[in-house]
Design a protein around this ligand. Structure first.
Ligand code: ADE
Ligand code: ZN
Length: 337
């Protein structure tokens, strides 16, 4: 193992961009399909793995929504979440801010309470079981209407004390952030944190809309911001966190090759970038694997890696007091590696 890989393993990390439904491993997909008697077009692990090949975001989303069909019961959502937490605990992940897509479930007849109950049971046990703290972010599917988003918002009302933030995901092009400005306004009034996918495939204008119309606290992805110098300066000056997902970007052809990934450039531009896995079961790696492969491909230094680990906590929704012990632990690991 290289020195950098050992440092990556040892550093405490937070993951800020993770879709729980995107942590559905091929083995689990087959297991849940069998236990729930759901018909899926795959019989073997090889067939599932072969389907996990994409050339753009929509290609991936079609498989991602199909995969969700095996998630039926509270136990399924619990087991899915618990498996993710167990996996990242082994990578020294100490805090997670995870997304779920309620509309991907309610649309196919699974009541809102089912996914959130199962997910929260696993998250609530995570501190004792794995030493991991959490925030839960409910995403709206942007290819659906504003009216659908408001229906979901109403279903979420009894759960608002358990939901820390809202997000916006799914097909980006043609679905600008402004379409959801009124939902974000409602969530802001409730004191929720606000994030949105922007600039993954969509243009810099969508990142401006996320900032100005949704008033987000964090941008998910944000890669295409680099096409606009003024936007980069604004993001850097305001200390806006970008939750960047290198192996996702490679799988979805946002970059042609990992050596072309903008992570190093983002750091050089003074952006508060973080490393995340997005949908690790589909994109070939959990958060540490994203660190390792990106470090090798773009030449991240020891200091870059330490900065990225710190960014993952300073960009989180933990309070400064909650962040402090993690930042101190990073300094201790850095001093001994
Ligand atoms: N990378 C991504 N972009 C948009 N929507 C998503 N849903 C799950 N992963 C996503
Ligand atoms: Zn995402």
């Amino acid at each position: 193992m290289s020195d950098l890989d050992a440092l990556i393993d040892a550093l405490p990390k937070a993951e800020l961009h993770l879709h729980l439904e995107g942590s559905l491993e091929p083995e689990q997909l087959l297991e849940f399909a069998a236990r729930n008697k759901v018909d899926i077009p795959f019989k073997t692990l090889e067939e599932v793995r072969a389907a996990y090949e994409f050339s753009n975001l929509q290609d991936f989303l079609d498989i991602y929504y199909q995969g969700m069909s095996v998630l039926q019961t509270e136990a399924d959502f619990h087991d899915l979440t618990d498996a993710y937490l167990q996996r990242v605990a082994a990578d020294n992940v100490r805090h997670v801010e995870v997304f779920f897509d309620p509309q991907g479930h309610t649309e196919r007849g699974v009541p809102f309470d089912v996914p959130i109950s199962g997910i929260l049971k696993a998250l609530d046990a995570a501190k004792a079981k794995y030493g991991i703290t959490y925030r839960l972010i409910m995403c709206f599917l942007r290819h659906l209407s504003e009216e659908e988003a408001f229906k979901t918002w109403d279903q979420a009302k009894p759960w608002l004390s358990r939901i820390h933030g809202i997000g916006l995901d799914s097909s980006e092009n043609g679905h600008p952030p402004s379409k959801f400005a009124r939902i974000y306004e409602e969530a802001r009034k409730e004191g929720l944190k606000l994030v949105a996918h922007a600039g993954e495939e969509g243009p810099p204008a969508y990142v401006y809309e996320a900032l100005d119309e949704l008033k987000v606290d964090r941008i998910d992805h944000g890669n295409r911001s680099l096409e606009d110098e003024k936007l980069v300066a604004r993001l850097a000056e305001s200390g806006m966190t970008l939750t960047v997902c290198p192996l996702s970007n490679l799988s979805l052809c946002v970059v042609d090759d990992l050596t072309q990934h903008p992570m190093k450039k983002m750091l050089e531009l003074g952006l508060r970038a973080t490393v995340n896995s997005d949908d690790p079961a589909y994109f070939g790696g959990y958060v540490s694997q994203n660190f390792r492969e990106t470090a090798k491909a773009v030449g991240l230094t020891r200091d870059d890696i330490i900065t990225l680990a710190k960014n993952s906590f300073t960009g989180s929704f933990l309070s400064a007091d909650e962040q402090a012990p993690h930042l101190e632990a990073i300094d201790r690991v850095a001093a001994s590696h």
